[in-house]
Design a protein. Structure first.
Length: 294
């Protein structure tokens, strides 16, 4: 069978995680209309019954790091280019001349793997602008294929998979068919909670939070989950909790609904907010929250 690895690379907020979910037809990666949503390498496994398996590595958007967490994220993205069979470069930039992608383009030039370009969010640009963008990226002469995509609706996503399949070598089935990710339920739950924070909170607040699952236990057909939300500032803690605790309640309710779907079981979710000064620059905290070499 054809099997191999593909890294999904691009600037923050271009739609990489939305693309992974669209490819898999299942949500394994959280998404938000905010940059720097993804913090870890997220493995998503695409299966075609015994014929093809593509292991996708969704990565944090590449940008200049502002703290140790940012450095970890950047390394998680760039290191994913080693030992992959293909790279899927996602952009939402209509024209490469705009320059935002320059650094990534230079890094991709040095990669050995063939590169497929997805010009995503084509719903936001007109046909002329798309044509111009296509020609402009094509003139760089570094892409094996270029496709215009709309990850939110799934438009051209099957075509993208077909283009990637061509570059997968003959190989073993790395993961059992039927599983779409090897991430633990604990990790997925912590991400679901973080996603709701990104949806409910603004500005710097959601970027400064981390979620740690403290308890995850099943009793009488109910999964009891207790999670700690770390924030860097006391003032942020107040914002997260909200007036009469309403904000946190909303976050908890929305997260619980997603977690119940994931686990196909009733869930009792408890959230606690704790202040941890500068955790994004603390090696110890980053390590204990799972932001370490993977
Ligand atoms: N209009 C439009 N929006 C899209 C499309 N694809 C993704 N989005 C939106 O773009 C935003 C960012 O999507 P993500 O998938 O979280 O982006 P990302 O590249 O993974 O971002 P980071 O994890 O921060 O690097 C979300 O609000 C998506 O709904 C698209 O084709 N069209
Ligand atoms: Mg992402």
């Amino acid at each position: 069978m054809k099997s191999g690895f593909t890294a999904i690379i691009g600037r923050p907020n271009v739609g990489k995680s939305t693309m992974l979910n669209a490819i898999l037809g299942e949500k394994v990666a959280i998404t938000a209309d905010k940059p720097q949503t993804t913090r870890n390498r997220i493995r998503g496994i695409y299966n075609e019954d015994g014929e093809c398996q593509i292991v996708f590595l969704d990565t944090p958007g590449i940008t200049r790091p502002k703290n140790k967490l940012g450095e970890y994220m950047r390394a998680a993205a760039l290191d994913s280019l080693a030992d992959v069979d293909a790279a899927l470069f996602v952009t939402d930039q209509a024209l490469p001349e705009k320059g935002g992608d320059n650094y990534i383009i230079e890094r991709l030039r040095k990669a050995d793997a063939p590169i497929i370009l997805a010009i995503n969010k084509i719903d936001r640009i007109g046909p002329d602008e798309y044509k111009q963008a296509y020609e402009s990226f094509e003139s760089l002469g570094m892409f094996a294929d270029i496709l215009g995509t709309e990850a939110v609706s799934g438009k051209n996503v099957p075509e993208l998979v077909t283009a990637l399949k061509k570059h997968m070598p003959e190989g073993p089935q790395f993961f059992p068919a039927g599983i779409t990710t090897d991430l633990s339920e604990r990790f997925l739950v912590s991400e679901m909670i973080r996603e709701k924070m990104l949806h409910y909170l603004r500005d710097e607040v959601p970027h400064g939070v981390a979620v740690e699952i403290e308890k995850f236990a099943e009793k009488d057909n109910i999964t009891h989950i207790s999670a700690v939300i770390y924030t860097e500032k006391k003032s942020h803690k107040g914002i997260i909790i909200g007036k009469d605790g309403r904000k946190l309640k909303g976050i908890g309710k929305s997260a619980r609904e997603d977690v119940e779907k994931l686990l196909a079981q009733k869930v009792f979710l408890e959230l606690w907010v704790k202040v941890k000064d500068n955790w994004r620059d603390s090696d110890f905290m980053l390590g204990s929250l799972g932001y370490k070499d993977q």
